[in-house]
Design a protein around this ligand. Structure first.
Ligand code: YSA
Length: 362
């Protein structure tokens, strides 16, 4: 409760107002926190302050005195409020500045770089292969990894008792009622699927994973990658096959590489060939990398067998074609000088880091 105001005269009142103004301005100037300002306001203008007492006593003064003292009261109140508000603004600005200072981030320091991934060497080689063939006008398609015997073998002129079936140690799937399902042993079944899907001219490449029940060695994996190529048109010859493989392997492995086709057998081509590329280390002279022969094997190839063309309803009298299947894990080994195929599968960062920034250049 406020103390009852005692009657005062106007001189006394004016004196109190001057004193309170001086005291108030001093308190405001000394306030170093916002809480100090609140306290000062309560002390100078609060209900129990001498200033408020003068205000309450105004009614007891004569009219003339009330006018004079009332006017002075207003002036003093305004001055004090102005001082309080100025101090508050200044302290708030100070607080804001110190908060900003505390939150300051030094952007002049080099930032911590998040580690970004990079392409796996196999992916780099796959992209390069696809790019080379696309520039030669080939279409890129992908096929199923789970195949049936018809596409993987029969349609490719490999009958059930043919030794080629046992040569490619096949992994059959255990699906009830579907004994014909297997993991494709090569990408060649996509030759059949592509030809079944449309008429010549056909120019496609098919990159993808293949599976064989094989032992792991420095050059062999049970899961590896092939890229199949198929061109069927009128008037295609063995020279087209050689020229295409030469263009491709030189673009991938270097323009000074030489290519040779040595006779080989695949039931779905006639004639069949093994495509070899001159050793990138000794350029054909013979060294450790190529086991002294001067050449590195890169895949199988040949002219599409007329029986295969017939199996998909193409007229072998009108159309001829070539096909090839390259193992690109081994192409990646040649491309980057990787001595052991297992390195491609081990996810060893020390190995993979060497390919960071390897541009996909063709
Ligand atoms: C042949 C004639 C054609 O007209 C079309 C395609 C072919 C290739 C045939 N389909 C095939 O698979 N032949 S192959 O068994 O000799 O494999 C081709 C390539 O795959 C090999 O030259 C080799 O580079 C790679 N390869 C084979 N087994 C591998 C392997 N790479 C890694 N690990 C294995 N286990």
């Amino acid at each position: 409760m406020a103390a009852p105001s005692s009657p005062i005269d106007s001189e006394q009142a004016l004196h109190t107002l001057d004193r309170e103004l001086a005291r108030g301005l001093e308190m405001v100037a000394a306030a170093s926190t916002l809480a100090d300002v609140e306290q000062a306001e309560a002390a100078i203008l609060g209900r129990r302050s001498p200033f408020s007492e003068v205000q309450r006593a105004l009614g007891d003064l004569s009219e003339e005195s009330r006018r004079r003292v009332g006017q002075r009261t207003n002036e003093v109140r305004n001055q004090l409020r102005e001082a309080l508000s100025g101090r508050r603004t200044a302290l708030e600005a100070e607080r804001e500045a110190s908060l900003l200072e505390a939150d300051r981030i030094d952007v002049t320091l080099p930032g911590r770089r998040p580690r970004s991934g990079s392409l796996h060497p196999l992916t780099i080689v796959q992209y390069e292969i696809v790019d080379i063939f696309m520039r030669m006008g080939y279409r890129v398609v992908e096929g199923p990894e789970v195949e049936d015997e018809w596409h993987n073998f029969d349609a490719l002129n490999i009958p059930p008792d043919h030794p080629a079936r046992t040569l490619m140690d096949t992994i059959y799937l255990d699906v009830p009622g579907r004994p014909e399902l297997l993991l494709r042993t090569h990408t060649s079944p996509m030759q059949i699927r592509t030809m079944e899907a449309g008429q010549p001219p056909v120019y496609v490449v098919v990159p993808g994973r293949v599976f064989r029940n094989e032992e792991v060695t420095a050059k062999n994996m049970p899961v590896f990658h092939q890229v199949e190529g198929l061109a069927v048109d009128e008037g295609i010859t063995l020279a087209d096959l050689k020229g295409t493989l030469e263009t491709f392997l030189r673009a991938l492995l270097g323009q000074d590489r030489r290519i040779r086709l040595i006779p080989s057998f695949f039931p779905f081509v006639e004639p069949g060939a093994q495509a070899e590329v001159s050793c990138f280390v000794c350029d054909g002279a013979g060294c450790k990398t190529c086991a002294g022969v001067g050449w590195l094997e890169s895949g199988g190839a040949g002219m599409v067998h007329p029986a295969v063309l017939e199996a998909v309803g193409y007229d072998p009298e009108r159309y001829t074609g070539f096909a090839f299947g390259m193992g690109y894990d081994r192409l990646a080994m040649i491309r980057f000088g990787i001595p052991d195929i297992r390195l491609l599968w081990e996810s060893d960062m020390r190995f993979l880091e060497q390919f960071e920034g390897s541009a996909v250049t063709v």
